[in-house]
Design a protein around this ligand. Structure first.
Ligand SMILES: [Zn+2]
Length: 323
């Protein structure tokens, strides 16, 4: 018998952090990974793994290196939703989860079809269906849905840029206003925690790599995740020592992300891509392998990223569009 963990319970942790956390619990030897719908898909990049068999192999390897098996993939949503677009989206999630299970040779898929009116969200209180954009919060569209079936539970979730708040129909206007404020705040702070946690880990890793390979001389003022960039894996602005990594790198092997960090850190010392620069970067032993990996991912996903990190150094005035 194995004891397994349903990874969405740790959705505030990155995959790296999750694997580290699991080291504390040697009795846990299996994981069930959320692949979308209500469990979210925080720990898996479904598109990448479906499009790139090397990435899929690496992904599995990370778990077996940690002494874990992936016992199941999991998605729970509503493929029979009365709104055709939502039903279709949810059917796609299920389909992709099944295909991914085959690719990852995972023996089980847990699919829960949850019909009705999002009442299921109540058990978690707050569910973030999609990550909000990481930029500063602007004015947002908030939709309040009253439900006669709902007695006392209030829940909220994000649907793209919109926030949907579900309340019992007997609530007064004042109660509604109070709960909308409360739920929006909760959603925001959980998103903030997730973001900050991720960035904090990135800052720590950058410091370790700077010490190991660059004599500690590269001292970034900030290192943070930004939403996936179509044409760049990462960027930096030597003038203010800031580094940004594309969210696309989140689920790649740690040694690929480390290479990108070393690359950007080296730019804080040498801005261009001349021999001096590469001499620094090549102190990181897996540089060539990581560059090959990124090339492979670009080609497989038809991304315009084939030039590696050739255009990643920004003048200060350039940074607005990647921020
Ligand atoms: Zn570069």
């Amino acid at each position: 018998m194995r004891i397994g963990l349903f990874t969405p319970l740790f959705q505030s942790l990155s995959l790296d952090q999750l694997l580290l956390e699991l080291k504390k619990y040697p009795e846990i030897t299996a994981v069930e990974i959320g692949c979308g719908g209500w469990p979210g898909s925080e720990h898996i990049d479904i598109d990448l793994l479906l499009n790139n068999s090397t990435a899929a192999k690496e992904y599995r390897q990370r778990f077996s290196d940690a002494g874990l098996i992936i016992s199941a993939l999991s998605c729970h949503n509503n493929p029979v939703h009365p709104q055709a677009a939502i039903a279709q989206r949810d059917r796609d999630i299920i389909d992709r989860t099944l295909r991914l299970a085959e690719r990852l040779e995972v023996p089980g898929v847990a699919v829960g079809v949850v019909s009705g009116d999002e009442e299921h969200l109540a058990f978690a209180g707050v569910t973030s269906v999609e990550d909000p954009p990481t930029g500063a919060p602007g004015p947002r569209e908030i939709e309040v849905r009253r439900s006669a079936k709902r007695r006392r539970t209030v829940s909220a979730y994000r649907d793209g840029a919109r926030i949907v708040v579900l309340i019992p129909s007997r609530f007064t206007k004042a109660e509604e206003a109070q709960w909308v404020r409360e739920m929006v705040e909760r959603l925001d702070s959980s998103a903030r925690r997730r973001r900050d946690g991720g960035d904090a880990a990135l800052v720590r890793r950058a410091a370790e790599l700077s010490t190991s390979y660059l004599g500690g001389r590269a001292k970034p003022a900030s290192v943070r995740w930004v939403p996936s960039m179509r044409t760049r894996w990462a960027s930096c602005t030597p003038a203010d020592a800031t580094i940004r990594l594309s969210a696309r790198l989140r689920d790649m092997p740690h040694w690929v992300r480390d290479y990108v960090l070393v690359h950007e850190l080296a730019h804080l010392l040498v801005p261009g891509h001349g021999p001096d620069f590469w001499a620094l970067v090549q102190r990181y032993p897996r540089t060539e392998r990581a560059r090959g990996y990124l090339d492979g991912v670009s080609a497989a996903a038809h991304l315009d990223l084939a030039d590696d990190l050739a255009d990643d150094v920004d003048e200060p005035e350039d940074t607005a569009d990647t921020a």
